[in-house]
Design a protein around this ligand. Sequence first.
Ligand code: SAH
Ligand code: AVI
Length: 328
Amino acid sequence: MPGGTAEAIEIAVHLGPGEAAKMAREVRRGLTATPKELAPKYFYDERGSQLFEQITELPEYYPTRAEREILTARSAEIVAAAGEPSTLVELGSGSAAKTRHLLSAMRDAGCLSTYVPLDISAEITHETARALVDEYPGLVVRGLVCDLEHDLELIPTGENGRLIAFLGGTIGNLYPDARRNFLARVAALLEPEDRLLLGTDLVKEAARLEAAYDDAAGVTAEFNKNVLHVLNRELGGDFDPESFEHVARYDREATRMDIRLRARAEQTVRLDGLDLTVHFAAGEEMRTEISSKFTRDRLEADYREVGLRPAGWFTDPAADYALSLASV
Ligand code: SAH
Ligand code: AVI
């Protein structure tokens, strides 16, 4: 058992100089494409992570509350169905606010040993690790700061089973091909005793979805524009975030939210770090995120396609959101 907080935490950062070059390549590709597009992982610097935490408390943003409702009521059942694993791996862990329900259920079942948060944001991962070793005496935290689309293979093996949780509906931020590719890589990681626990927002009426992604207080708009602050800082840009407006529309055909920034007027933006000048026409839209909404059939079809077997389905009473278990 570790003797103190410092020894109980180990965080490996796998975002090095190569990462900056990768960001430069991806952003150049996105800003020179038609239509323009940026990847949502760039929202999450320290301020972006804080803005996301504020989103989770908005009256319009129901997914966090719905997922918390399920975890509050069913974590003991989920941990039992997952075979009382000793390790909880969490992808896109953020503040791990709802994860406490799973950790507490594992502690109460007497199986909790190790928590492996994996997130692209270093600041929030360090904060989360510090808070959790205080809250769960004896817990070992082995954090990974890396990109879940590239570095899943860094996840350590577990001795007595792992529960690999991907909460919050973040899988919905991947395009269908990337999502299936990601699920296939998770499937390749899973040992027979491991389980995936996946959070997915469910299809519902457009008005509720659009309100959840365009709140009255303007927090989601600020979160969306944060990507421009990130580009200014990381790539020497001179974006004026206030000259863009937040757009959030539900695409019924693709069953996903489509989130964009729309140029309020014609403008030219310079990114010294890319030696790139970008022109925006008045009203031009640049996609910054999609957020897919699922049905059980569609998700289970994705599971089967990559060799995963559905092993549990848990929803909130309103059936707004689902947590599902899968195994190999
Ligand atoms: N799981 C938390 C946070 C969801 S917000 C919840 O349910 O409330 C999405 C989280 O995923 C953020 O913490 C963000 O930093 C992280 N994230 C986004 N893209 C990522 C990527 N490509 N690799 C690793 N983490 C990523
Ligand atoms: C992290 N992810 C699941 C959020 C979502 O709902 O797609 C991000 C978000 N974007 C705008 N609001 C919340």
